[in-house]
Write a protein that binds this ligand. Structure first.
Ligand code: LFR
Length: 471
């Protein structure tokens, strides 16, 4: 049996288990299980089906073994900011409410009354997004204080899944920073902020770094699978794992392209200046205490919703093709407006936004898709000029990683709009970053720079140059 590690990578629209192992310094991947993830309405909230996600992870582990692979370790990453609160019997007190739920409307303003924005930013370096954990917790404090009174343990989504695997309760660092409660300078929970919000300090767990071997499987799981394995902390925030696998950092701006587009650079120090705050850049904690200085752009969520609103009549590939055919239509909307976070109907929202800005409304699926792609590219360009201004230098190339890097039209548009060379790949950046950290913890890869060299040699990248025949 081939020995491997398993990356569990769960995004907002799908999850996957990918097995990986090194063969002559080349990282080999094998997808072993893929499943859907989506928001479901439970009572008045939009939630994740956390129990189902755990069942899918178990199914994937069984499948790995059936395929003749022997996992030495497993590591989980998911989106950030969402969490569960457990009672004294370690039972969840609520469903796993999603960050897209409107329960946080108005909470940035409420929290700002207690902690001025400048102070919060200079301490944490984290962007102001209404869905951050801090605002979710504050919304619970205002509307369901009894839940917080009973809460003994705060675990983020991957922390909770790790708890189900091992019985150990810790908060992994990269994901913890997305709460806006971790101090960017001490890299620990910021006790002052927690006190000023009136939250209970005790529920926060010890912060542990990626590469930590958390433990082994609970006994019931060892009997169920018929084997044990190590549970290792990768960067449990998916974007943290994705950025581990950006092969070249020099002269490069990355775009981690999925449900969100995360655009930025890797730094060794946080930039918590008023300018960075005003442009709403974030300094998320990364591997080896590096920082991801980046901006959230609404991303492919918009096209996922457009597809859903057309009752999935067109595939993503077909929408791209239709957008290419709609080459005479052009309208640019501000994709980062709150109205696109969770609209009733994305197509109607796009039309309304075009009309409100005095532009022709898209009339066909191709025009709607073209508007989304053009607008995303325009938003990337704006973020790039902000990054260049904030860090005081220009960058030669853009490396698009993640599922979205397979969208050739979008890559061409980015090349044209930014006038930079675009490198696309790896597609499975998040799983690759997750696996690399596990392989480091197991002693198979020395460090992150060695991991990046291996990644560069193991996966194909495509290059797109700016063209004169712009769409
Ligand atoms: C991407 C991501 C982003 C985070 C958003 C919400 O999947 O993790 O980094 O801002 O989802 O958690």
């Amino acid at each position: 049996m081939i020995k491997c590690s398993i990356a569990v990578d769960i995004g907002a629209s799908s999850g996957r288990l990918i097995a990986g192992y090194l063969e002559n310094e080349v990282l080999k991947l094998q997808e072993i299980h893929r499943f859907e993830n989506k928001l479901v309405r439970k009572g008045t909230y939009f939630c994740w089906e956390i129990g189902k996600l755990f069942e899918e992870i178990k199914e994937g582990v069984h499948q790995c073994h059936r395929l003749g692979l022997q996992p030495e370790s497993i590591g989980i990453d998911t989106w950030a900011v969402d969490f569960l609160l457990l009672d004294e019997k370690d039972q969840p007190l609520t469903d796993a409410v999603s960050y897209r739920d409107p329960r946080t409307d108005g909470m940035i303003e409420e929290v700002s009354k207690l902690i001025p924005k400048e102070r919060l930013y200079s301490k944490t370096g984290i962007q102001f997004q209404k869905f951050n954990t801090i605002y979710q917790l504050y919304s619970i404090k205002q509307n369901n204080p009894e839940v917080l009174n009973q809460a003994k343990t705060f675990l983020m989504i991957p922390d909770y899944l790790n708890f189900l695997l091992t019985g150990k309760k810790v908060n992994e660092y990269t994901n913890a920073t997305s709460t806006q409660l971790v101090n960017a300078h001490t890299k620990e929970w910021d006790e002052e902020i927690i006190t000023e919000l009136g939250l209970n300090h005790e529920m926060f767990q010890e912060i542990q770094m990626p590469k930590t071997v958390l433990g082994t499987l609970r006994e019931e799981l060892v009997s169920e699978f018929g084997f044990d394995m190590k549970v290792i902390l990768p960067a449990t925030h998916d974007t943290g794992s994705a950025v581990v696998s950006v092969p070249e950092q020099e002269d490069t701006i990355y775009i981690s392209s999925g449900t969100w587009s995360l655009i930025g650079v890797e730094n060794t120090q946080p930039i918590c200046t008023p300018d960075a705050m005003n442009y709403n850049f974030t300094n998320e904690g990364g591997m080896d205490y590096r920082f991801r200085f980046l901006k959230n752009i609404m991303g492919l969520w918009m096209i996922q919703e457009v597809k859903r609103n057309y009752n999935s009549q067109y595939s993503f590939g077909e929408l791209v093709e239709l957008a290419r055919q709609a080459k005479d239509y052009k309208a640019i909307i501000n994709v980062n407006e709150d109205r696109f976070m969770k609209p009733e109907n994305m197509i109607q929202e796009i039309i309304a936004s075009c009309l409100a800005t005095g532009q022709l409304a898209p009339e066909t699926p191709g025009e709607v898709a073209k508007c989304v792609y053009d607008s995303l590219a325009a938003s990337y360009q704006e973020a790039i000029s902000q990054i260049e201004g904030l860090v005081g230098r220009t960058f030669k190339q853009v490396n698009v990683i993640g599922g979205g890097c397979q969208n050739e039209l979008l890559n061409e548009l980015i090349a044209n709009v930014t006038n930079k060379e675009i490198h696309a790949g790896p597609v499975e950046a998040t799983a690759i970053g997750n696996l690399s950290v596990q392989l480091m913890a197991l002693g198979h890869i020395e460090d992150i720079s060695k991991a990046r060299t291996i990644i560069k040699h193991s996966f194909e990248m495509k290059t797109y140059l700016p063209s004169k025949n712009q769409m």
